[in-house]
Design a protein around this ligand. Sequence first.
Ligand code: NAG
Length: 246
Amino acid sequence: MLALLFLMALLLPSRAGAEEIIGGVEAKPHSRPYMAHLKIITYQGLEDSCGGFLITRQFVLTAAHCKGREITVTLGAHNLSKIESTQQSIRVENQIVHPKYSIYSNLHDIMLLKLQNKAELTPVVDVIPLPGPSDIIKPGKMCWAAGWGLTGVNKPTSDTLREVELRIMDKDACKIYRHYDYNFQVCVGSPTMLKSVYMGDSGGPLVCAGVAHGIVSYGREDAKPPAVFTRISSYMLWINKVLKGK
Ligand SMILES: *[C@@H]1O[C@H](CO)[C@@H](O)[C@H](O)[C@H]1NC(C)=O
């Protein structure tokens, strides 16, 4: 039971321990047109938030632990405290969690959201490409994470989108996480840097050379890197199956 509670504290929605951007900067408004903000009503009736990203006009990719009773996706946003004319808010019709997702190990932390209506593609709302099934991101590469999550332990969430550049780490750096699995997860963020994702960033993308390679999954409660991201290339067969409506 204790182990479970500990893991729960490590999951990344904004309420409990979702990842927020630490050590990053405010993104240039609308420079990441695939970014989605998820407003979640949890099964307990509480409000929560996560990140996500648009992969087709009707599907957003996010983390399975962001599932809730109800989700509304906002696209085209920069400052969430403003009613921006670029914003499109769309209800989620179907939350499709990976069939092997486990809340105990947090493995297979990936979920597709089918939107009630197709997003309108504009200069500030667009899709991001995904990797091929064998396109595996290598340790040493530098990638970007973005989100509206907390900017530090005991700090509030950000109303504007923030981004941070992070190094892809060797699998040994994530040995501190008991259930870390290199085949399904990417280990991200140098332990020597005060840069990471944190609560509220969950579900957001890891972008390497314009391709979404990872999904913010979990990290340490004290926000020290590295953090664990879901490895998207390992799920391309499942993603393509769901997109084709099978
Ligand atoms: C976001 O918008 C709100 C409301 O207009 C404003 O008070 C706040 O300063 C803005 N945030 C940033 C970081 O610009």
